[in-house]
Design a protein around this ligand. Structure first.
Ligand code: ADP
Ligand code: ASP
Ligand code: MG
Length: 415
């Protein structure tokens, strides 16, 4: 007998028929004698719909009330799954974020989980009840509802798994594992049997939304065993083996051949800002980025262009699209202090990244990328690198093409 967490994403929960399939998968695990906690997402498209309502009600919405609205999607699916399980004769109950509670930090719309109370949950599970927990939501110290950032149900699942000491955390989604790139863009993407925490963390952070970045970081830190697999099974059939996220050490022990590049990801959620004619002197860049950092805005790629004649320079960087307006407001408010000429912004950009631990010991990864893009006349607007990643910023219209040609250039295409 094992204690397991099963997480089901939006497509898996989209409608009563899909929820019945999910309930059958849960019932299988319970019938095998396992203690089961299920973490669910809102139905596909529901969170977007709720976010839009917030925007319509108030374009500069209060994040505390935004959380009240968007947390609702998961409340509905958790109740519906508990009802469906009960209808199949499987004892089940829902545990909302505030009921456990799932305690979070004070940061509406992007809170981190601090602690999960599990005494009542464990007792209920031990008595044979399936626990159904809405993902994405928690409770702040001040008693208000918090949400964990888009895609946050993955993090809820891993956090629950860590808190109850689960033997496994299975993340069920609409693809049967982690691929070398988004299989919806490149039909020749290959499914990976294993991927390391480190590689998955980097892939997720540059846009492979199959797992939320924080969930991977948390799994790595707390040693939770994560598998990504598909909830789309035939009838009462068992799910197919998915992708296991494992440690570097385990990969070495299995003596598996390592690829230079693990995968390619893209992200269309960034926006580019150019601050023109900034004084080219020490401290100038700090006056730009300090107000953004103080407002909790995550700046990603940064380039400072070659200085112009009169001791001036242009500074280019990217921020999340959702923070673009706020960033521009902050820069304009600090215009005198920074001393720039004007701000140019562009949302029609995409970041494409290649990721692989093999890069640590191999030269030439970046130049392969630049040459492959150059051959197709794709212009690079910014570059950033880490030990195991190279990212470029390009026109968003060219995203799919860029991902495809890079997938081929690094020899990742399936036969
Ligand atoms: P869920 O609602 O189950 O959380 P998501 O839509 O958040 O599902 O994540 C699954 C999607 O992630 C897939 O449908 C796929 O299009 C996308 N995806 C992006 N990159 C990858 C990748 N490298 N491997 C697998 N899926 C990926
Ligand atoms: N429903 C939330 C979202 O769409 C959380 C999740 O699905 O993981 O972002
Ligand atoms: Mg997701």
């Amino acid at each position: 007998m094992a204690r397991i967490v099963m997480k089901f994403g939006g497509t898996s929960m989209a409608g009563t028929e899909r929820i019945r399939t999910v309930a059958r998968l849960v019932a299988r695990e319970a019938a095998a004698g396992n203690e089961v906690a299920v973490v669910v997402s809102a139905m596909a498209g529901e969170t977007d719909r709720l976010v839009n309502f917030c925007r319509e009600a108030n374009p500069r919405y209060d994040p505390a009330e935004y959380d009240v609205v968007v947390a609702a999607g998961e409340q509905i699916t958790s109740g519906l799954l508990a009802l469906t399980l009960q209808a199949m004769g499987v004892p089940a109950r829902s545990w909302l974020g505030w009921q456990l509670p799932i305690q979070t930090e004070e940061a509406h719309s992007r809170a981190r989980i601090h602690k999960i109370e599990t005494d009542a949950l464990r007792a209920s599970m031990a008595a044979g009840h399936v626990a159904v927990i809405p993902g994405f939501q928690g409770l702040m110290e001040d008693g208000r509802v918090a949400t964990l950032g888009r895609g946050g149900s993955d993090t809820s699942a891993v956090a629950v798994a860590a808190a109850i000491g689960a033997d496994r955390c299975d993340i069920y989604t609409d693809v049967d594992g982690v691929y070398t790139t988004d299989p919806r863009i490149v039909s020749r993407a290959r499914k990976l049997d294993y991927v390391t925490y480190e590689e998955m963390l980097e892939l997720a952070s540059v846009g492979a939304k199959v797992l939320q970045t924080r969930s991977v970081g948390l799994a790595m830190k707390s040693g939770v065993r994560v598998q990504v697999l598909s909830s789309f099974v035939e009838g009462d059939g068992a799910p197919k083996k998915g992708t296991m996220i494992i440690s570097d050490k385990e990969i070495e022990e299995m003596k598996m051949e390592r690829q230079l590049i693990t995968g390619i990801a893209h992200d269309k959620n960034e926006a580019k800002i150019i601050v023109t004619r900034v004084p080219d002197r020490p401290g100038a860049v700090a006056t730009i980025f300090t107000p953004l950092a103080d407002a909790g805005i995550n700046v990603d790629m940064i380039i400072q262009n070659v200085g112009r004649d009169k001791g001036e320079t242009d500074v280019t960087f990217t921020v999340p699209q959702a923070d673009l307006l706020r960033s521009i407001d902050l820069l304009e408010a600090n215009k005198d202090k920074i001393g720039f000429n004007r701000i140019i912004s562009d949302e029609k950009v995409a970041k494409v990244s290649v990721v692989g631990v093999g890069m640590k010991s191999h030269a030439g990864v970046a130049s392969t990328m630049f040459s492959a893009l150059a051959e197709r006349a794709i212009n690079i607007q910014a570059i950033s690198t880490s030990e195991i990643k190279v990212s470029v910023l390009i026109d968003s219209d060219e995203t799919e093409l860029a991902v495809r040609i890079l997938h081929t250039a690094y020899g990742l295409d399936a036969e």
